[in-house]
Write a protein that binds this ligand. Structure first.
Ligand code: AMP
Ligand code: GLY
Length: 419
């Protein structure tokens, strides 16, 4: 079988790599892909943008591709799935309507209310003055969120009322809509669940490291590392997450006649009392969570994706995960998440791989046989160990082999597993 992966990040390299581990997948195409997908055996990049739906549909037909997997939220929210489905192309991902679970925070909040899912108390505003009055009445800390997609820059956790009020003017998007939300404390966990619209099955839980600095300090980023599973999420807690959050959400989507196929990613806060509450839903695989969740999968990924697309997930045997722990360290360009330079030569990938790590590329490109940096988050170095201590040691040992000018990575990835 041939599969096309849409996107160019670390998540997409991981999807392509995992698919190629499967006996039934002989070729993967990535559009547009990165330096890692360009150099992996049996993988080819196609120079098409993620929103070039017509080009992607043509490439699917020309290369006899059986399945399309969409990585990022932007093409999903623009309706890539609707477009491809209308042309009888099998595609893993929700329709434009379903993708609103991520592309509109107010819509997602309505779904959560209807599904009676535990989440932060919130209110949606279209009027800036009314939003500011509400903030003054509530006090800080408080969270202000842009309604639409904002590439990870749409949320301000305000510690003072002045900051919250300034956030109203900063975050109002074209729709003018804002969501103001109660501040939650606890531990954040990502649960990526796959669904065919009827049945929903969670994959191994993961924890991201969103801040640029050690000890979770400094600016928010796309994610500086991840680990999986999360010891805090016991089997009992996972059952509650399934029964109290994932299934009721899917039931409401079904009730609204939304045929949701793909990943429902629940960004959760586990409160100090041990209660899971939804911070947000995403309509896709997480990045860098995918870099630790998929290497731990024992069930072939293509079987899971096909079961979802063919609406046969209930017939798939339980999804199996390998024993052990996975840790992914992101190597970023110095200066990220602000300005940084691109085009730096990367050395040491083969050495890191020889040490047993999997080097997933994110912001890289292949130019004249050389791998160069091409983004803020450059590589994700994943290692699997019998336990977290082993996985962390092995991932850092591999990272030490990699070099590029102004390379930056956090030294404390994975350490929170004990909490
Ligand atoms: P989001 O884009 O919704 O994931 O928000 C980005 C980050 O902001 C989350 O990962 C949390 O760290 C933080 N955040 C969002 N909502 C809340 C909340 N209600 N309480 C505390 N932190 C939050
Ligand atoms: N790791 C956060 C995200 O994928 O949204």
């Amino acid at each position: 079988m041939k599969v096309l992966v849409v996107g160019n990040g670390g998540r997409e390299h991981t999807l392509a790599w995992t698919l190629l581990q499967s006996f039934n997948v002989d070729e993967v195409f990535c559009t547009p892909g990165n330096g890692g997908t360009a150099t992996m055996s049996n993988c080819h990049n196609l120079a098409l943008a993620v929103d070039d739906f017509a080009g992607i549909a043509d490439a699917v037909k020309a290369n006899q591709i059986s399945l399309v997997v969409v990585g990022p939220e932007v093409p999903l929210s623009l309706g890539i799935v609707d477009y491809l489905r209308e042309r009888n192309i099998a595609v893993f991902g929700p329709t434009k309507e379903g993708a609103q679970i991520e592309s509109s925070k107010s819509w997602a909040k309505e779904i959560m209310t209807q599904a009676n899912v535990p989440t932060a108390k919130s209110k949606t505003f279209t009027n800036a003055a009314a939003a500011k009055d509400y903030l003054r009445a509530q006090g800080a800390p408080i969270v202000v969120k842009a309604d639409g997609l904002a590439a990870g820059k749409g949320v301000i956790v305000a510690t003072t009322i002045e900051e919250a009020i300034a956030a109203v003017d900063l975050l109002r998007d074209n729709s003018g809509k804002l969501v103001i939300e109660e501040f939650l404390t606890g531990s954040e966990v990502s649960v990526l669940a796959v669904t065919d619209g009827k049945t929903i099955r969670p994959l191994s839980p993961a924890q991201d490291h969103k801040r640029i600095g050690e000890g979770d300090t400094g600016k928010n980023t796309g994610g500086m590392g991840a680990y999986s599973p999360v010891p805090l999420v016991t089997p009992e807690l996972m059952t509650r997450i399934e029964q109290e959050i994932l299934q009721p959400t899917l039931d409401i989507l079904k009730q609204k006649k939304i045929d949701y196929c793909g990943v429902l990613y629940a960004g959760l806060m586990i409160t100090p009392e041990g209660e899971p509450k939804v911070i947000e839903f995403n309509c896709r695989f997480g990045d860098p969570e995918t870099q630790v969740v998929l290497p731990l999968l024992d069930t072939p990924l293509d079987e899971i994706l096909l079961a979802c697309v063919e609406q046969k997930l209930s017939q798939l045997p339980p999804i199996k995960t390998k024993a052990g722990s996975a840790v992914c360290i992101v190597a970023a360009s110095g200066g990220y998440p602000d300005t940084y330079e691109k085009g730096k030569a990367i050395a040491g990938i083969a050495e890191a791989t020889n040490k047993g790590a999997i080097v997933f590329h994110a912001g890289t490109k292949l130019e004249q046989e050389e791998i160069l940096t091409d983004g803020g988050r450059v590589l994700g170095i994943t290692a699997i160990g019998d336990d977290f201590e082993q996985a962390i040691a092995s991932a850092y040992n591999a990272v030490e082999s990699i070099q590029f000018e102004r390379m930056y990575y956090r030294r404390d990835i994975g350490h929170k597993y004990k909490n």
